[in-house]
Design a protein around this ligand. Structure first.
Ligand SMILES: Cc1cc2nc3c(=O)[nH]c(=O)nc-3n(C[C@H](O)[C@H](O)[C@H](O)COP(=O)(O)O)c2cc1C
Length: 188
């Protein structure tokens, strides 16, 4: 009997807090995706060893990043994935340093003419968390990252933004966001 390959969804967590708000929401999206039949995997950037982009431009002539580190492997997995859940807390109005170092390395996913090298049809979910109760603050960080994903050819299916997330487990009291995350995964 022919083996049917499962669709693949990966999650990327840019928070250093294990089981924190972003980690939990990314995991919940992945749980929904698994329920929908996806094979899933999660990357915790804080536990990985990697450098920032070196601006060597190797990727423009070789189709891949020259750096052979943990993010090099993650970039390969992004190429193979059908859906990616990108998650980061807000640190000083922006996504975390851990996340942004990884984001710069996504430069290798576009060619010299700024065209995406990714196969079309990839889906994305963005997850953020912030301490500030006002969700209007830092909206720009998310919309700018969504623009990066659109440049890369992703269809951004859902954006989940948590407010008042100073406590690591604050999300456990946010059934609305946990439900939204599971539904986003189920709908991938
Ligand atoms: C270095 C640092 C900078 C932060 N900067 C902001 C900020 O600018 N605005 C904000 O609302 N929260 C800020 N926070 C709070 C986090 O965004 C918030 O606790 C978030 O929910 C953490 O997500 P996590 O639980 O997934 O780690 C900051 C936290 C740290 C440690």
């Amino acid at each position: 009997m022919a083996r049917v390959n499962k669709l693949k969804a990966i999650g990327i967590v840019g928070s250093p807090r294990k089981n924190g708000n972003v980690d939990t929401l990314v995991q919940t999206v992945l749980d929904g995706a698994a329920q929908a039949g996806y094979q899933t995997a999660k990357y915790s950037l804080n536990e990985m060893k990697y450098s920032g982009c070196q601006a060597c431009e190797y990727c423009k002539s070789h189709e891949r990043c020259r750096l052979e580190d943990d993010v090099g492997k993650l970039l390969q997995d992004i190429k193979e994935a059908d859906a990616v859940v990108f998650g980061s807390p807000i640190y000083f109005f922006q996504f975390t340093g851990q996340f942004r170092l990884m984001e710069d390395r996504m430069y290798s996913l576009i060619d010299a003419g700024f065209k995406s090298r990714l196969k079309p049809g990839k889906k994305a979910v963005i997850v953020t968390s912030q301490g500030n109760p006002d969700l209007v603050s830092y909206e720009k960080a998310t919309t700018e990252f969504a623009d990066v994903l659109k440049l890369l050819g992703f269809e951004v299916k859902e954006i989940i933004r948590m407010d008042s997330g100073s406590a690591k487990d604050a999300v456990l009291g946010r059934k609305d966001l946990l439900d939204k995350a599971r539904s986003a995964g189920l709908a991938l």
